[in-house]
Write a protein that binds this ligand. Structure first.
Ligand SMILES: [Zn+2]
Length: 178
């Protein structure tokens, strides 16, 4: 099945709401989410260790609240606002508008700790272009490279495989046991 070429935006709020991360994936323009996640993992591996993230769950009772809550609404709403801004880019470009948010990976800081020097901070992490050796990033092209086929050879092979597929409808002959 061919990929649907739909852009996506992935957000995550860090424990205790000290910050959040946003990753935008635009097919054929950025690497896929898995490749971008590796970029972020590599970035975090070069940073100081994240602070203690022991938090109470959302359904904690007042007597359970030894530690801070997971994250407050304000942090989630601020992050969601940035996500909307980045999503608007993807929608408006179909009408010919240029991209206004140039980065695809952002870290937002909401507390002055860990990797954030200010209580409000935005860090941009360099994102990757689509990776040729990744089937998700580069789709059929990556598979052709792996199989060392030209596009014509790949198309012929696809037709051969499709000719062998026998489409069988529901025969209603399923058996049940028990
Ligand atoms: Zn990829």
């Amino acid at each position: 099945m061919r990929p649907q070429q739909i852009s996506s935006i992935h957000m995550e709020v860090f424990a205790r709401g000290i910050g959040s991360q946003i990753v935008r994936v635009i097919p054929k323009e950025t690497a896929c989410y898995q490749c971008q996640a590796k970029v972020l993992a590599s970035y975090f591996s070069e940073q100081p260790l994240a602070p203690d993230t022991t938090v109470a769950s959302y359904d904690a009772t007042p007597t359970d609240l030894h530690s801070s809550v997971t994250a407050d609404d304000d942090v989630c709403m601020l992050t969601a606002g940035f996500v909307v801004k980045m999503a608007k880019d993807c929608l408006l470009r179909k009408c010919g508008e240029p991209i206004k948010v140039p980065g695809h990976i952002y870290l937002l800081g909401f507390e002055q700790e860990w990797i954030f020097d200010e209580p409000f901070e935005i860090k941009r992490v360099s994102s990757l272009l689509p990776q040729l050796n990744c089937p998700t990033c580069s789709g059929d092209e990556a598979i052709r490279c792996t199989l060392q086929m030209t596009s014509e050879e790949a198309e012929q092979e696809t037709q051969k495989v499709e000719a062998r597929i026998e489409y069988v409808g529901d025969t209603g002959s399923g058996t049940s046991t028990g």
